[in-house]
Ligand binder design. Structure first.
Ligand code: NCD
Length: 308
């Protein structure tokens, strides 16, 4: 495999290789000198057309820890129409000889399109409402670390599934890794296509929580909504928010995840977010190791590619 465009492109062996490689590379984060020479002389471009805190910083830290040269390109505010500007930018990157391009874009399919225009590896860091494969990999890594396994794990993903690339990538990857996913959302926040996804669907959070090992809360993506998808924020929180009372319905071993950014008091209470059974901060730490692994496997040389 030359690119990482969709979590669904990864076989069980490839996904496991990423997680195992990330585990080895995680040791670098614990050293006082957090640097490996592995990607010296390689250039990684971060091409971000959409806002991002964690993902962008994480990819930058990952590339730098492997000694790659990093170029950050923030395209926000560009007045050129999206399709044109993406192709023009791709040609520029191609001319500069980028070995890897990390792209976040508001249009679903943008990463795949870019991969037709550049020779380097394309890493999808979120394309519209479509996919966010490195988020799914870091989530799987975090689950494996906390729970000791992925096979047979019961994972509830709760909230704005309709607009969530995180949910879609997680459903695809977790299915490959043998976990069972239940999506929980109001009917208006589920895509019509969900009937064909390899997971179950419920509208009732209270019914699903006692049967879950992992509960992943998602932000309501107001920036992608131009209609009212639910009566009010308070009503949403009452039915789909994770507060202390609902948290108490989870099995004792269960953990709570969130990809960030979270809206405290909306989909998750501060009490739950800051609980020792919340993995939110660990997810950020693990994100760097997982992105190091993906960069290493895609750019690290002919003998190390994912699949090749
Ligand atoms: C998510 C995203 O951008 O898709 N955040 C992330 O990458 N950590 C989810 C979100 O924006 O709510």
């Amino acid at each position: 495999m030359r690119h990482l465009l969709s979590a669904g492109d990864l076989s069980l062996d490839e996904a496991t290789l990423v997680l195992d490689t990330a585990k080895e590379l995680a040791q670098v984060g614990g050293r006082s000198v957090k640097k490996l020479p592995t990607l010296r002389g390689r250039t990684v471009v971060n091409l971000f057309y959409e806002d991002s805190t964690r993902t962008r910083i994480s990819f930058e830290a990952a590339a730098k820890r492997m000694s790659a040269d990093v170029i950050n390109f923030s395209a926000k505010g560009s007045s050129v129409s999206k399709g044109e500007s993406l192709k023009d930018t791709a040609l520029t990157l191609q001319a500069m000889g980028a070995d890897g391009v990390v792209i976040r874009h508001g249009a679903s399919g943008a990463a795949r399109r870019l991969s037709n225009w550049v020779d380097g590896a394309v890493l999808n860091a979120g394309d519209g409402t479509h996919e966010h494969p490195t988020q799914a990999l870091l989530d799987a890594y975090t689950m494996r670390e906390r729970m000791g396994r992925l096979d047979g794990l019961r994972v509830a993903i709760v909230g704005d599934i309709l607009h969530s690339r995180v949910a879609r990538s997680n459903v695809l990857l977790l299915r490959t890794l043998g976990a069972h996913v239940t999506l929980v959302a109001p009917p208006t926040l589920l895509p019509v296509s969900v009937a064909g996804w390899p997971c179950e669907v419920s509208y009732d959070l209270d019914e699903v929580l006692p049967k879950s090992d992992v509960v992943m809360m998602l932000r309501v993506q107001a920036e992608r909504m131009n209609d009212a998808f639910f009566p009010s924020a308070r009503e949403y929180t009452r039915r789909y928010g994770l507060d202390g009372d609902r948290f108490a319905q989870l099995p004792e071993h269960a953990v709570v995840m969130h990809p960030g950014p979270m809206i405290r008091g909306m989909e998750i209470s501060a009490e739950v977010a800051d609980s020792p059974r919340s993995t939110i901060v660990e997810q950020v730490t693990n994100g760097v190791s997982v992105r190091m692994a993906v960069l290493y496997l895609l750019l690290g040389g002919s003998e190390s590619g994912i699949g090749n």
